[in-house]
Design a protein around this ligand. Sequence first.
Ligand code: F6R
Length: 366
Amino acid sequence: EKGGYDHFMLKEIYEQPKSIGDTLRGRLLPEQGLIQMDGVYQFQEKLLNAQRIIIIGCGTSWHAGLVAEYIFEELARIPVEVEYASEFRYRNPVITERDVVIAISQSGETADTLAAIKLAKERGATIFGICNVVGSSIARETHAGAYTHAGPEIGVASTKAFTAQVAVLNLIAIKLAHKKGLLKESYYHRLLNELNEIPRKIEDMLKSDAQSRYIAELYKDAPNFLYLGRGYNFPVALEGALKLKEISYIHAEGYPAAEMKHGPIALIDENMPVVVIAPKSGQYDKIVSNIQEVKAREGKVIAIVNDGDSEIAKMADHVIEVKDTMEVFSPLLTTIPLQLLSYHIAVMRGCNVDQPRNLAKSVTVE
Ligand code: F6R
C-alpha cells in the first residue's frame, strides 16, 4: 500500500503532481478562462463583499492560511487575518456578519478548529471550510466549502495536504480577484495557465532528490536549524522548520528573513545550518543580503533557488534548485525540497517517519 516507497510520507511527497492535479481538476479551466467552484459560487456575494477574511487552522493548515494571506491581499485586495484556532476561540474575538471565516483542516476533526468555527458561527460570520477528509466534522459544520481532494494522507507529517490547501486557496483568490475586476485579462490568463503547469513542474523537480539526500547526510547531526524566507516564502520557512522538528526531532525555527537581525542572528556560527528560501521572484536582492549576513558569521547556507541561479550559488554552501514560477505560486514549489530534506534527515537518524513520537494524525483533544 506504500506503492513501493519506504514510507507513506515519501509516497505522499511524490504524489504531489497527481494530488495537486486532482485539486485543480474540473475547477481550473485555462482554455475556457474559467475557475469553477460550486462552494465559492454558492457564497460568491458573501465572499466578494466580505469586509475581512479571517483564516483559522492549526499547525501546517495554519501555515497554508499564512500563505493565503499574501495571496488574497495581493490579488483580491481583501484584508485577511490568520489565527491559530486555539487562540481565536479563547480570546473573545470581534466578529461581524460581514466577516468570512475560512477554516482549514486536513482531517476535518481538529478540536480547536471545530470549536473556533462554532464560535464564529454563533456570532454571525459565514464559514467556508477547506478540508481534505470528505464528510468530516468540520466539513459538516461549515456553511460552504471546497475539498482539497488530495486523497488520504497517512503520514502524520502533512505534505500533499498542505500543497493541496495552497492550491485551493489560490483558486479561490484568483476567482474572487477576477470577479472583482482587479485582474487584467492577460494577467488572469497567465495565472490560470501557470497554475495549470505546477503539477508538471513538481514532477520535473521530483526526478531527482540526490541533492537533498546529500545535504541531509552532511547536516543530519546538527542540533539546530534555522529556516528563513520572505513574503510568500515566509510561511514556507515556518512549514519547513515544522516538518524537520516533527519527524527528525531536530530543533528548528522558521523566521521572516528580515527578522533575523532582531535576534536569531545571535545564534549563527559555523555549526548552524540556515535554510534560505530564495527564488528569483519576490524580494530577491533582500534575501541575497540576508544570505551574506549569514555567511559573514560563518553559518552554513542551504539555499532554495531557481534553476540556474549563479549569484546565490557563489555564496551559499549548497543550493537546491526549483522551477521558476509566478510569485503567488512559489510556495507550491519551494515546499517540495524542504519536505524531502526533512524526510531524508529523519530516515538517516533512524526516526519513525510516518509515526513520530507524541504526535497523532488528527488532534481531537483541546
Ligand atoms: C503537521 C501536522 C499538524 C497538523 C495540525 C492540523 O505536519 O500534521 O501540524 O497540520 O494538527 O491538522 P488538520 O489540518 O487536520 O486540522
